[in-house]
Design a binder for this molecule. Structure first.
Ligand code: SF4
Ligand code: SF4
Ligand code: SF4
Length: 744
């Protein structure tokens, strides 16, 4: 078995790029949060927007006015009308947003002084970045004032430079000609500095040696050799950070891979984005402040990935970025003592594989949840509670109550075997009976019948050993029949048996071609809900579609179909571990528009109907509607045993005693749905009342209602009832718990 190792965690985390910067911020040399800025402006929160601009830039007004806006070139909006005009939004925020509280620069300075040489914007910005980080900086310039050589920008730099001069900046004027100290380590040290920054390309200046501003001279850092204003500001920041690390004696390069502009790996689904032309940002009379900027900001696509979320009720339910979610799962595995708070989260995933298909990087959250389940079950750290009901139900399917292996009546051999799966017999036994009868009439060579469960639920529960045992039981049955070709009515069985056993497996849909449908299409539209079990089986998708079109239906193809189909909530035992999520999954699967839905998995049909949709199973289109549009747990249990007995009696003429109901239960809908919610079966109620009838143990309350209990398979069931005159029992309530109790 694989282990969910730290290496796997890191590899998986690396696949989720949701927390990468959007294209605008990645392309900005200052990594200004363009997405956040658009969000703030779109909400007319100019003060919030201003905070973002001020946080990113030491000279915000300069940037807003003169930046060349590489962000607009990278912006995803570019191909849909034009990139967002970020400088205009920045101007609006600086104009309409409240200014930050002074001081802008730190007043308590570190003891390590740094020298900066040069007149240009690179040197001034590098000095400002260092002052911002608390360094006392001496700026050597050729003029009488720092802005003398920057006259074009003076109007947008004056207050910032004043603040710098009142903060940690000392300006040394009139430094024409030679540098104020020899440009070598001893030189700046003797002048009392711990490092120096110089502009690139100046006479006698050291040459830049790397992307972090290093030069051949230890302690002297270089930058600003570009003609772009915003890049100069970016390089000034880079040099300042390098100086900061240098004087602190820490690694210059570690963790700085994404400091320069880069191409983001964030993937955004732009399929349904419509073209919107940029808003001219000149303000007109009578407009509310920033009105046009607000409209421009609303053109922003708010770039995020999260492509795995819209089709997945699980990710919606937990509302966490996938990267965080898988880390929590990993942490849950590593808990040595204390609470494993992510158990339910691990057990709630449908393991359906949709995320791996829709994620641009193929992150398979389900595979990690599955592995986590296996790892925890193996070391006995996963409480069985989440899956116990489903696994007991599965065990029932593989017990003598349902499990059956027979050659076709009148045959001694089977070229074929029909394996409808455990759920068709449970939810729609009449479809099982009719389809088997039909196949017997149409196939040569004898078609045997195998009733049982493929065991996939054990796999979902993280129990590979028991899963193998269930498969082995089935394989023995198949061998008993002479290794026939298996025809299944369940896409999950089709996948499971085809992948995990040597059986040759075919889907019943392959045998329905030319079969006249009971409900002809006549051009009516319908939606096909593809089963998770067939996610990686395009041939199954095509076969179902060809069949249904042949019946005269028009198929409305939804975006989330075929390999992207959403799970109905049965997969991975999700709905058992987390019933609220199960409900949400059913609703999501049911939300396919107004057209009727065709499902080719009976669980999908049931759950879509539970979720408020109108789904029919493929076989219902041929053999007519099943009696129930969805069957509850009790009905399913009853149906399995009943169909087993009925087929043995009618087809193989076996002497089978008919199921008799010992006495009548009177239950209203409220009690039935509470039982369904608590996963209590009608047969559990009978077991408890049988015990009461034997022992008479009960408690009588003031209203005359009796309470009695019985403990079966580690669960204690309580039934509140009154006896009715005709031997029937009226049920007033049913409860369960795992604690042992006794009536004293
Ligand atoms: S306008 Fe310039 S500073 Fe502003 S986000 Fe774009 S690149 Fe960055
Ligand atoms: S659409 Fe918005 S978030 Fe996306 S790149 Fe453009 S400005 Fe940034
Ligand atoms: S699809 Fe989901 S898992 Fe994949 S990168 Fe996007 S957010 Fe992350």
């Amino acid at each position: 078995m694989y282990e969910f190792t730290q290496k796997l965690l890191h590899e998986s985390e690396g696949k989720c790029t949701q927390d990468e910067l959007p294209a605008c911020a990645a392309a900005c040399p200052l990594h200004l949060d363009g997405r956040g800025l658009c969000e703030k402006v779109a909400e007319t929160d100019f003060t919030g927007g201003r905070k973002l601009v001020e946080a990113a830039c030491v000279f915000p007004r300069l940037v807003a006015r003169y930046c060349e806006a590489p962000c607009a070139q990278a912006c995803l909006r570019k191909d849909f009308g034009g990139g967002i005009q970020m400088p205009g939004l920045e101007v609006a925020c600086l104009t309409h947003g409240a200014p930050p509280k002074p001081p802008r620069f730190k007043t308590r300075l570190k003891k390590l002084a740094v020298a900066v040489l040069g007149d240009g914007i690179f040197s001034l910005a590098a000095a400002a970045e260092l002052v911002k980080r608390g360094y006392p900086v001496t700026l050597y310039g050729s003029g009488a004032h720092p802005l003398e050589a920057l006259a074009d920008y003076a109007v947008v730099l004056d207050t910032e430079v004043d603040a710098l001069l009142k903060g940690g900046l000392t300006f040394v004027p009139n430094q024409c000609g030679d540098a104020p100290f020899p440009l070598e380590e001893e030189g700046f040290k003797e002048a009392g500095f711990h490092a120096a920054i110089v502009p690139e390309g100046g006479d006698g200046m050291p040459k830049v040696q790397g992307s972090l501003g290093e030069s051949l001279v230890k302690g002297i850092f270089v930058g600003g050799g570009t003609s772009s204003l915003i890049k100069k500001l970016g390089e000034a920041r880079t040099c300042a950070i390098t100086v900061d690390r240098y004087v602190q004696g820490v690694s210059l390069g570690e963790g700085r891979e994404k400091e320069a502009p880069f191409e983001t790996t964030l993937r955004v689904n732009t399929k349904s984005v419509k073209v919107e032309t940029p808003i001219p940002l000149d303000e007109g009379a009578g407009e509310s402040p920033g009105e046009k900027c607000v409209a421009e900001a609303r053109r922003c696509l708010n770039c995020t990935c999260l492509q795995c979320v819209p089709g997945c009720a699980y990710l919606q339910f937990y509302d966490k970025e996938p990267k965080k979610l898988i880390r929590e799962i990993f942490n849950n595995l590593s808990v040595a003592m204390g609470l494993r708070t992510a158990n339910t989260m691990i057990n709630s995933c449908a393991l359906c594989g949709q995320c791996a298909v829709v994620c641009p990087n193929g992150l398979d959250v389900g595979a990690l949840c599955h592995l986590a389940r296996e790892n925890m079950v193996e070391v006995d750290k996963m409480p069985a509670r989440a899956h116990s009901f489903a696994l007991q139900d599965m065990a029932y399917s593989n017990s003598e109550n349902y499990f059956l292996v027979r050659h076709q009546p009148g045959w001694e051999k089977s070229d074929w075997a029909y394996f409808p799966g455990c759920m068709l017999g449970a939810s729609a036994p009449e479809l099982l009976e009719k389809s088997y009868g039909d196949l017997m009439g149409r196939l040569e060579g004898g078609i045997g019948l195998i009733l049982g469960c493929c065991g996939v639920m054990l796999d979902w529960a993280g129990r590979p050993q028991e899963y193998q045992e269930a498969l082995a039981k089935l394989q023995t049955a198949w061998e008993e029949l002479g290794r026939p070709t298996v025809i299944t009515a369940c896409p999950t069985c089709y996948h499971t048996l085809g992948e995990k056993t040597p059986m040759a497996v075919r889907g019943i849909w392959e045998f329905l071609e030319n079969h006249p449908p009971g409900i002809p299409g006549k051009g009516q539209s319908l939606v096909i809900h593809d089963a998770c079990g067939a996610r990686k089986m395009p041939l199954v998708h095509q076969a179902i579609r060809a069949l249904v079109e042949g019946w005269g239906y028009h198929i409305e193809e939804k975006e989330m179909s075929q390999d992207k189909s959403s799970c109905c909530g049965f997969g991975g035992l999700s709905g058992f571990a987390n019933p609220s999520l199960g409900e949400a999954s059913a609703k999501l699967a049911a939300a396919q528009g107004d057209q009727p839905v065709l499902a080719y998995c009976i669980n999908c049909r049931d759950r879509i109907n539970l979720g408020g949709g109108q789904a029919r199973h493929l076989l219902e289109y041929i053999y007519g509607d099943a009696q129930e549009a969805t069957a509850d747990f009790s009905q399913r249990r009853y149906n399995r045993r009943h169909i087993n007995e009925k087929l043995r009696r009618t087809l193989w003429e076996e002497d089978v005693e008919e199921q008799t109901i010992p006495y009548r239960l009177i239950m209203d809908e409220g009690i039935r749905s509470a039982m369904q919610e608590r996963m209590v079966l009608e047969s559990d109620v009978y077991d408890v009342l049988d015990r009461y009838r034997e022992t008479g143990d009960c408690v009588l309350d003031a209203q005359g209602i009796r309470s009695t209990s019985g403990r079966f398979e580690n669960v204690t069931f309580w039934v509140r009832f009154t006896e009715e005159g005709d031997g029937a029992y009226r049920i007033h309530g049913v409860y369960t718990h795992r604690m042992k109790t006794a009536l004293l």
